[in-house]
Design a binder for this molecule. Structure first.
Ligand code: ADP
Ligand code: MG
Length: 696
């Protein structure tokens, strides 16, 4: 095996490669564009494209693609080879600056939420220069944003980049007020921790529910689940370790900073955490990570499940979005400093996040909402659907002291004064103990813990960046209008704490008391994604996103359509799969077992005196449950047939799916799972939970 430092980034057209392969002028021009977002001249683009192609061909690449992130939540790629014919009937390998910078894929088969009619099917992709090109499976991949011909975003990257620009602009205003003129840009950083399950591929192939929907729609609880708490951080089994080793290696080649791997709470559940990077790059990398997890699992005869809730009764999978703001000079703006000046700046950014999360809690809720994540949020394994912030006791006490103009502890008798007082040292570890909080401050960053494991992290970060940008805008407007900066700052911080402290909660978010308490505080509790979605098209949401140029109103409506329709489609596919499995697999199994019991009963009669108490009772029970299974299956099919027609508003359809179709699915499952516990194993056609969770 190659040494890791050599292997790291070996498939990436990164700084080192650029410096090696580009002339000084070209490199300088490209760097300027990367850093400041200025226009890239065509001759520079041509030179870069040529160097990229040479490098890629040396590494065995034959094709290139504009790699983008449409609204499906997956990534998309269309491969073009480098070949170009010459007059003498031969070919040369070519790649032009135009091809590098811009592509024109047919956009008509990607979800657009009514944004684009088929007669204007063209969309275009534009190189995201801040994310390095890389080679995957013999193809040079250019990370791009994807827009309609009229300029509307059709992807998850364009608005993410716009939101990063928005927070950059507002944060820079704040830094200027603090007298900082060395920083040229501010960017948000993200480290996404990714959870997943690994099961045996052969067993996976026997479960139509896993194949079609990513989760088990049936399955009785095994005798052993996660109650022994023996899996978390447990030793890693050889097959899983081999998978993890190959995953690390492939991620490293792509310059992805894979750092931590361990077993998670549920049996067969694991986690991978990278070292954080700039948000758009972290987003690209997380998409690649999910893709590679599936691909490498397959090579190891495993199936990687990324669904939020593949198994009922044990924990599902999420994604923790560790988020912070940092300057291009490397200063983390959420890192408490040593001096009163640094502290004042830290406190300002901290309360900006507090205000943003309080003001835009509904949007954050939506950003973590999906049919899959509905199984987790509020189910005592993941944070509830109620958004709150954990700051830890020390930091909360400090904010209280600032608000009340009081000493922050008995030990320090001076009042906390912004710009004058030095923050007391609070131990970083103590801030990270509350695992039930949806949004926790962990010493020098916030951890947004509600995301589902399949999510693109783009959506939640768009909301977070824009909401904080808006708060910083409000702050900057106020502070810039004031002569005496520090006294204005002190008032602003105090007022903000007063107005938004209701969102701070350091207790147990899983408790019922919190639900009551949150209600008293006036916090939202949007239990399912269907309850939450209409907030996305609310006046407040439209005003936030349009004022910062992150989404146009049309884009918001199109996304709302896509998300709501996506919910309906997901439940529809799950319902159809359940009905089919019930009729084609489960009912025949019940028939076979009944038949066997009946045969035995008939034969026993020939023997006269033998008891047939057990067979009679068992047969009666199975007959009764089978009848019930039949009825519930018919009821589910009925619910699907009676489904409102397409004229109905999409949100009305979504409500029907949740209230009627999903309810019918739940009832059907209860009967099927009970049957699984009494039908002979040889007749039951699906691998059990026990087999799925314990066979690797
Ligand atoms: P743990 O949560 O396991 O204690 P850490 O808190 O050290 O581990 O880190 C968790 C994740 O947070 C990692 O992906 C790490 O890279 C990321 N992280 C650390 N600092 C920052 C930051 N400034 N911005 C964004 N993410 C960060
Ligand atoms: Mg963490």
């Amino acid at each position: 095996m190659k040494r890791i430092p050599e292997m790291f980034g070996s498939m990436v057209f990164n700084e080192t490669v650029m410096q090696e392969r580009l002339s000084k002028e070209v490199y300088k021009a490209l760097r300027t564009t990367m850093r400041l977002g200025t226009h890239l001249e065509l001759d520079i683009a041509n030179a870069v494209a040529n160097a990229m192609k040479e490098w890629a061909v040396e590494k065995g690449a034959t094709h290139f693609t504009h790699w983008f992130q449409p609204m499906t939540g997956q990534t998309a790629e269309k491969h073009d080879s480098f070949i170009s014919p010459t007059k003498d009937g031969k070919i040369i390998m070519e790649f032009s600056g135009k091809e590098l910078v811009r592509g024109e894929p047919d956009a008509s088969s990607f979800p657009s939420g009514g944004l684009r009619c088929t007669f204007e099917a063209r969309g275009y992709t534009v190189w995201d220069i801040t994310s390095y090109a890389f080679i995957k499976d013999g193809t040079l991949c250019i990370p791009t944003a994807f827009c309609s011909y009229s300029g509307e975003a059709l992807d998850k990257k364009t608005p993410l980049l716009r939101s990063m620009e928005a927070i950059n602009k507002q944060a820079m205003r704040i830094l200027k007020l603090f007298g900082n003129d060395t920083a040229k840009r501010v960017a948000t950083t993200v480290g996404p921790e990714q959870e997943y399950f690994l099961i045996d591929k052969e067993l996976f192939a026997k479960r139509p529910d896993l194949i079609y929907t990513g989760r088990t729609l049936f399955g009785a609880c095994p005798p052993k689940g996660q109650e022994m708490e023996d899996h978390y951080f447990g030793n890693i089994k050889p097959r899983v370790a081999a998978f993890m080793a190959e995953l690390d290696e492939e991620l490293w080649k792509l310059g992805i900073l894979a750092k931590t791997k361990h077993n998670e709470v549920a049996p067969a559940q694991h986690e991978m955490a990278p070292i954080f990077s700039t948000t758009n790059i972290a987003t690209d990398h997380n998409q690649l990570t999910m893709e590679l997890m599936k691909k490498i699992a397959d090579k190891h005869n495993l199936a990687c499940l990324l669904h939020e809730k593949p198994f009922a009764g044990v924990n599902g999978s999420g994604k923790h979005n560790n988020w912070s703001i940092s300057t291009d000079t490397g200063v983390n703006l959420l890192e408490p400093g040593e001096t009163p000046y640094e502290n004042a700046q830290f406190i300002l950014f901290l309360v900006a996040v507090v205000k943003a999360v309080d003001d835009y809690q509904n949007l954050l809720r939506i950003s973590a909402g999906s049919a899959g994540n509905d199984h987790r949020l509020g189910a005592n394994e993941a944070p509830p659907a109620i958004i709150s912030i954990f700051l830890g006791d020390e930091l909360t006490a400090i904010l209280e002291a600032i608000e009340k103009n009081a000493a922050y502890s008995a030990a320090s008798n001076k009042p906390m004064e912004i710009g004058v007082s030095v923050l007391p040292h609070f131990p970083k570890d103590a801030t990270d103990r509350n695992r039930t909080s949806p949004f926790a401050f962990t010493g020098n960053k916030f951890e947004f813990r509600m995301l589902g494991s399949t999510f693109s992290i783009s959506g939640p970060n768009i909301v977070l960046n824009t909401a904080v940008a808006e708060t910083l805008r409000v702050f900057a407007d106020k502070l810039e209008a004031n002569e005496n900066f520090y006294s204005a700052l002190a008032v602003l911080v105090k007022e903000t704490i007063e107005a938004h402290k209701r969102i701070i909660f350091n207790g147990n978010n899983y408790s019922d008391d919190w639900v009551d308490e949150a209600k008293k505080r006036g916090l939202s509790n949007l239990k399912t994604v269907v309850d939450a979605l209409p907030e996305f098209v609310s006046k407040k949401s439209v005003s936030l996103f349009t004022s910062h140029g992150v989404f146009t109103e049309t884009e918001i409506h199109s996304r709302y359509e896509i998300l709501t329709e996506g919910y309906c489609k997901t439940i529809n596919i799950e319902a159809l799969t359940m009905a089919e499995m019930s009729k084609n697999l489960l009912i025949p199994a019940c028939v076979a077992y009944q038949n066997e019991l009946l045969k035995l009963l008939t034969r026993k009669k020939d023997f006269g005196e033998l008891s047939s108490k057990m067979e009679t009772a068992l047969l009666a029970k199975i007959t009764k449950l089978s009848d019930c299974l039949w009825t519930k299956t018919e009821r589910l099919e009925d619910a699907l047939l009676k489904r409102n027609n397409q004229d109905e508003e999409i949100i009305t359809q979504a409500k029907y799916f949740r209230e009627t179709v999903f309810a019918a699915m739940t009832e059907l499952r209860i009967v099927a799972d009970e049957l699984e516990t009494i039908v002979a194993k040889k007749h039951w056609p699906l691998p059990s939970y026990g087999e799925l969770l314990y066979s690797v």
